[in-house]
Design a binder for this molecule. Sequence first.
Ligand code: GLP
Length: 243
Amino acid sequence: MKIIVCEDYDEVSLRASEIISKGIKEKKDIKLGLATGSTPQGVYQNLIKMFKRGELDFSSVSAYNLDEYYPIRKDDNQSYAYFMKDKLFSHINIKPENIHIPSGEAKEPAKECEKYDSALECAGGVDIQILGLGINGHIGFNEPADELIANTHLTPLTESTINANSRFFESIDDVPKFAITMGVGSILSAKSILLLVTGKNKHKALMATLKGTLSTSTPASVLALHKNVTVICDKEAYYGDAV
Ligand code: GLP
């Protein structure tokens, strides 16, 4: 794993957006694996600025999102479909048919998961997968558990994740209790992975991820199996209280 320790959130966003923009310039039809949450928002803002300056063209780019709450309507302003539209897609020239997000509206979630994995397989895996890190070490919504699931699947959310994500909802009772997420195998099928981690509250999860030992209690530890992972973190996440 390559580890880049940055001064702060803005530098993390800058370094990640430089890597992604280089990828888009080198391969017009690049396939990007995208994440939600607070962490990648700075990257998306930078990509929008580059697009507006005429430096980037998304017309051939495809996007595959990691996860979506279940059940949730696409137009619900808490859905990840809405988040992606609001934070990135509506500001760039990506084609709607090139946007892939697991559907929180699917009547049969198991079928939706199979369909999503087939789409990823047809794409040959994404070129660059952006990942955030849960404070409990989750990636996507692969939560700490006795077993990790390889393929895209429906998963219950842990109490820790429901609590962490309640900051986006009016009340904790409004947070969905399930999600559809790419599995750890689907994530590892990416050609390269960028793990973005900021803030002291991620220090413990980041250290467990970087240990080089695999544990289902830190799902992100499976990244040790991948040959092309770059961790871009800030000092607070890397050094914790020692900063
Ligand atoms: C969320 C998402 C993840 C995200 C993580 C961290 O629940 N499912 O994809 O990376 O938790 O979120 P944040 O960046 O807001 O800390």
